[in-house]
Design a protein around this ligand. Sequence first.
Ligand SMILES: NC(=O)c1ccc[n+]([C@@H]2O[C@H](COP(=O)([O-])OP(=O)(O)OC[C@H]3O[C@@H](n4cnc5c(N)ncnc54)[C@H](OP(=O)(O)O)[C@@H]3O)[C@@H](O)[C@H]2O)c1
Length: 404
Amino acid sequence: MDACLHKINGISHTFHDIFDFDIAITVLSQYVGHPYWRHSKPVCESMYGCTIREDLDYLCNLNGLQVNEIRRSKRAMDDRSFPSLFLPWHHISMERVMGGVVPLVLGGLGLVLLYRLIQRVKQGAVIQDAVVVITGASSGLGRECAQVFHDAGARLVLCGRDEARLQDVVQELKTTTDNSQRQTYTPRTVTFDLSNTSETVAMAAEEILRCYGHVDILINNAGISYRGNILDTHISVQRNVMDTNYFGPIALTQALLPSMVRRHSGHIVVISSVQGKISIPYRSAYAASKHATQAYFDCLRAELEHYNIQVTVVSPGYIKTNLSLNAVTGDGSKYGVEDKTTTAGRDPKDVAQVVLMAVRHRSKDIVLAGLLPTLAVYIRTLWPTLFFKLMATRARKEQKPKDE
Ligand SMILES: NC(=O)c1ccc[n+]([C@@H]2O[C@H](COP(=O)([O-])OP(=O)(O)OC[C@H]3O[C@@H](n4cnc5c(N)ncnc54)[C@H](OP(=O)(O)O)[C@@H]3O)[C@@H](O)[C@H]2O)c1
């Protein structure tokens, strides 16, 4: 009996130290039915000053006793024998919930909201005086981005291939500016062809840096689209689209990065497309360039986080711009048609506001599309065979290049 008591005491003390009294009692209850239980029970009861229940319908082998088994055994015990940690949910009284958990959750939520509010206010101030570089600023979304960042007080460097068109944008910004709200700046311009990655882009990056000495925000917006059947598309067209949409933006980004890394500060935005997440027929070059863009900037985001450099990928659906008009076809000629989907697309002004917000909130990845394209992104991931079937049906139906 002494040996049994000794063992019981040892175990109860161990559990007493680790957990609490209730657990020790639970463990001791495993001894119900033991030959020496009759003698050891009163001793244990006097030791812990309570009654140990004997209506348990099981015997547990103490050698193999695990916490899981203790948890299982709790179902047979009354509340009093168990610590609150192991109580099933229905045993937690409403009073307890209202008194403890709810204020804790609400308090936590309040703190998170307050933190985000402070972050927003802090981020909102960053646009004023920030040096913002926008590629493809002569038209469409880039032009609207120029407007919203200019209105927010940014010092702009506008880029494109055509200096005259860029100057038009500068004049427009100057005439529409309301200086009573905040200080604004006359934008600078840098003219270069993004697809010429061998020399031009590096030289353009130097010129950009000469404007204000550094860059706070780079918006990689310039791009071209493509309409074509892969079978009829020359490889030089595939290359040209990749050069403009992928190699150009990454070459410019890499040329400006060292200055951002030195300052431990910067934000790189890239305008991708929903077609950077899913590929639709007759857009091979475009979808490939946008997929590559998404992949590259996802890597960049991870690699730059510890330098305090943000990366935002924006993936819009159709926007009402000249993109389809300017698209190239399989033989390299201009497509020259404004597709119905483009005509019905989002207002570029609204998309530009989203880009501004994305920078303010330091968003990482934004899909800005209708229900169907957004659903398609999920189907591609969760049910690829269905996605492939749908795309094959679409390809058969179209049989020729169409909308963006
Ligand atoms: N519109 C849509 O439905 C849609 C949907 C999803 C994503 N996007 C993306 O949004 C971005 C902006 O396109 P957008 O819709 O505004 O089309 P856009 O009106 O045709 O504007 C394209 C801009 O890119 C510039 N650009 C084109 N090739 C260039 C090159 N080789 N070097 C330098 N700049 C070049 C053009 O400037 P210059 O011609 O003056 O050089 C122009 O300012 C693109 O990346 C596009 O892929 C558009």
